[in-house]
Design a protein around this ligand. Structure first.
Ligand SMILES: Nc1ncnc2c1ncn2[C@@H]1O[C@H](COP(=O)(O)OP(=O)(O)OP(=O)(O)O)[C@@H](O)[C@H]1O
Length: 262
C-alpha cells in the first residue's frame, strides 16, 4: 500500500509547523524522517495517523484521502507507534496487545482463535511473552515500548508509522526492531534521531528542517557531511559500513562547537 503526503501543511496559532510537505512512501518501502528537535517530524506523522488534521494538503493511501475514511477504516490499514500510544490505565500486557485488534472487531466481539494466535506471535516477536500477565504501568520504558510494538503488529496494518520507536530500547531491541521493519514488507514511515540506524534501516531518507523538506533520497545521497553540518550543526566524518555498504557517521567531539548554537 502506498502512502503519499501531498502538500501537507500544519499551521497552529498563526505559526507554520509543517509547510507544504510532499513525500511518497512506496509499497514495502521504509522511509526515515530525520531532522533536529522541533523540525516538524512528529507533526507530520500525526497527520498520517490522524491525530491532527492538516491545515492544507492531504494524506493519501493508495490515492484515497484518509480524511474521507472512517477512523476504523484507516486504522485497519495504518498502525502508529508513537509517544501518544502510551496508556495511563493499568491493563495487563496481554490485554494491551489484544487492543490492537479493536479496528477489526464489532462491538464486544471476542477474539477468534486466529486472533489469539496472532497476539501470541506478536508478543513472541516483541520479546514480551514473559510479561503477559504484568500490568503495563509497572514495566520499564523499553518493555512498555515493546508492548506497543506488539499491539501495532496485531493490528495487521499495511502501513506502519513510528515516531522515535527506538526510544528507551536497549541496543539489542533497537537492532531487532529495525531488522524486523526491514523484513516485514510493510510500508513504513519512521522518525528517527539515530542517523546511523536510519542509514542502516531505511531505503530512503527525508530530512526536515524548520517544517520543510530539505533533502530526500538514498541514505548515501542524503547523509553528507555538508548536510549534517547545515541541518544539525554537527561535524562528522562519513565512513562506509564494511559489510552493508551503508554510510555511517563518526562524530567528532573535539570539533570546535563554541558559538555554533543559535
Ligand atoms: N500543538 C502545538 N501547538 C503549538 N506548537 C506546537 C504544537 N505541537 C508542536 N508544536 C511546535 O511545532 C514544532 C515542531 O514540533 P514537532 O514535535 O513536530 O517536532 P519534532 O521534529 O518531532 O521534534 P523532536 O525531535 O523534538 O521530537 C515545535 O516548535 C513545537 O514546539
Amino acid at each position: 500500500m502506498k502512502l503519499r503526503l501531498d502538500g501537507v501543511a500544519v499551521e497552529i496559532a498563526g505559526r507554520t509547523l509543517v509547510g507544504g510537505l510532499d513525500l511518497d512512501v512506496h509499497s514495502g518501502e521504509i522511509v526515515g524522517l530525520l531532522g533536529p528537535n522541533g523540525s516538524g517530524k512528529s507533526t507530520a506523522l500525526r497527520c498520517v495517523y490522524r491525530a491532527l488534521r492538516p491545515t492544507a494538503g492531504a494524506v493519501l493511501l493508495d490515492g484515497a484521502d484518509v480524511a474521507g475514511m472512517a477512523p476504523r477504516e484507516s486504522a485497519r490499514s495504518i498502525a502508529a507507534l508513537t509517544q501518544e500510544s502510551r496508556s495511563e490505565l493499568d491493563f495487563t500486557v496481554a490485554e494491551v496487545v489484544a487492543l490492537g485488534r479493536t479496528p477489526h472487531l464489532r462491538g464486544n466481539q471476542a477474539l477468534s482463535e486466529r486472533e489469539h494466535e496472532l497476539c501470541r506471535q506478536a508478543m513472541e516477536r516483541a520479546d514480551i511473552v514473559h510479561l503477559a500477565d504484568r500490568g503495563v504501568l509497572g514495566l520499564s520504558g523499553g518493555e512498555r515500548q515493546r508492548v506497543l510494538i506488539a499491539r501495532a503488529l496485531v493490528q495487521e496494518p499495511r502501513v506502519l508509522v513510528l515516531d522515535e520507536p527506538t526510544n528507551h530500547l536497549d541496543v539489542r531491541h533497537q537492532v531487532e526492531l529495525l531488522s524486523f521493519l526491514r523484513s516485514s514488507g510493510l510500508t513504513v514511515l519512521v522518525a528517527l534521531h539515530d542517523l546511523n540506524l536510519a542509514a542502516s534501516c531505511c531505503d530512503r531518507l527525508a530530512v526536515l528542517s524548520g517544517g520543510s523538506l530539505v533533502a530526500t533520497g538514498s541514505p548515501a545521497d542524503v547523509l553528507t557531511a555538508e548536510l549534517i553540518r547545515r541541518v544539525f550543526g554537527v561535524e562528522v566524518t562519513l565512513v562506509t559500513h564494511p559489510r552493508s555498504g551503508a554510510p555511517q557517521l563518526l562524530y567528532d567531539l573535539s570539533a570546535d562547537y563554541e558559538g555554533t548554537r543559535s
